[in-house]
Design a protein around this ligand. Sequence first.
Ligand code: C2E
Ligand code: CA
Ligand code: CA
Ligand code: CA
Length: 272
Amino acid sequence: AKNAGRNRYCFFSHEMGERAAERMNIEQGLKLAVEKNHLVLHYQPQISLADGRLIGIEALMRWRHPSEGMVMPARFIPVAEETGSIVALGNWALHTACRDTGSLPLRLSVNVSALQLGRDDFIDTLHALLDQTGFPPSQLEIEITESTLQVIEHSRQRLAALKSLGIGIAIDDFGTGYSSLSLLKHLPIDHVKIDRSFVQDLPDDHSSLAIVRAVIVLAHSLGLRVIAEGIETEAQRITLCELGCEEGQGYLFGRPQPLADLQALQQRWRAG
Ligand code: C2E
Ligand code: CA
Ligand code: CA
Ligand code: CA
């Protein structure tokens, strides 16, 4: 037992060392990634559930690492949040997405993190990049999570400033945070995004179904539109459509992909 204990200790300390090393690697690599053009955006379609029309796209960041290949956000966004580099990364994403998709007649959704939104210069930065890219603000929607809003002082005023620019606001991962209901009441929100964890067990899981139904009814009674994320099956699509959910996003409609691929796909759809 004593030996096992010692092995376990060795194992953990070794693993922790590796993790710290990986974190440091990521932190240092990220500093160069923006300058060296190693960050890329993929775009995932957002569909009108009633008629299958493409109405929007969500920009999702990837890191094309010179030796590791495509690194997904789960590996570097949390590190970037901790070290503060998410501000530069997130502003790069906003700028690049607005620059590259402005000519499309589509809504553009971009994720904005707490550190970014909480900066006193956020609204000025946004204003400047809209100016530079010529992106129509009424076509832009920012996605923020419930936890983001909890850590930002004066988040109400911050969102009101976004609204006055004509920008839409979506609450991401809805239902996974703490004060969902009071947020909806007090903040100037347009869209509620139902988290994938509730969608994935539809239509058979009774509690998921009850939660999703309740969220949709609540959102509608407050005048908000609902988008469901992580739709992978036709059965999930039909269920959400029947519950009155307006929009959907998920592998059933399309994976996040380079803009050029998405446009080719769109042309094929149009060609029928
Ligand atoms: P999110 O904003 O909740 O984005 C949705 C995630 O679900 C994406 O993962 C997307 O690829 C994935 N997804 C979409 N449809 C399906 C589906 O049908 N099935 C499954 N299993 N997954 C699906 P991704 O691209 O790995 O991004 C993960 C998270 O990283 C995002 O979650 C977001 O929180 C964060 N992130 C990505 N890009 C940015 C960014 O530019 N700025 C910030 N602050 N965060 C970002
Ligand atoms: Ca999102
Ligand atoms: Ca989400
Ligand atoms: Ca999610």
